[in-house]
Design a protein around this ligand. Structure first.
Ligand code: NI
Length: 197
């Protein structure tokens, strides 16, 4: 599963979902310490902040464009993530507050993963094929999702972010170092291009 998606899909999909007035949040890029921290549970006193944050997280995710975004990726150490696979260009937004993995299958599956915090970097990641996740939705209702395929990988990837884990932690050190080196080179190049242009 790639956290980023083909922009064409976003174009077909976004207008109905995004209010132009909603400002995007800045997505942190690895290696940023915030991405490595354990996020804390959302508490009752966070309600107002979370209510304001959710539309901005969706807007940021759709504009990236991506299919998942966790609060630590926008610099907030809260156990909160948004997901929308946009399968068949149909909106299916999921808000997960304080998600918990309650079951994982023994059976494994491989998906190519990417991450908005590691732009343009991809690797095959092996994870449990099936996952059962419990969380609170936007209205505070208890939800449970059993997922397989892409959604399973995506939910696990986003919940990893809440514990400071990135998809590259699931691959060999050799591949991880290669990706991190390439990413820092890309980012340096981008900064240089921005200075010149
Ligand atoms: Ni990610």
């Amino acid at each position: 599963m790639r956290e980023d998606i083909d922009p064409g899909r976003r174009e077909r999909y976004m207008p109905s979902m995004i209010d132009d007035k909603i400002k995007s949040l800045n997505i942190l890029i690895a290696p940023d310490k915030v991405l490595r921290a354990h996020a804390r549970p959302v508490a009752a006193h966070d309600n107002q902040a979370v209510r304001e944050l959710i539309p901005r997280m969706f807007a940021t995710m759709y504009r990236a464009p991506g299919i998942g975004l966790a609060a630590p990726q926008v610099g907030l150490g809260l156990r909160l993530a948004v997901v929308d696979l946009m399968t068949n260009d149909k909106p299916a937004p999921i808000v997960m507050i304080n998600p918990e993995i309650v079951a994982l299958s023994k059976e494994l599956a491989t998906h190519e993963e990417g991450c908005l915090s590691l732009p343009d970097q991809y690797a095959d990641v092996i994870r449990p094929a099936l996952v059962k996740v419990r969380f609170l939705d936007q209205s505070g209702a208890r939800k449970e999702i059993e997922a397989d395929g892409l959604l399973s990988a995506c939910l696990q990837h986003e919940i990893d972010h809440l514990d400071g884990v990135l998809f590259v932690d699931h691959i060999s050190a050799l591949k991880r170092n290669m990706i991190m080196r390439r990413l820092s080179k890309d980012m340096r190049q981008k900064r240089e291009d921005a200075l010149v242009g």
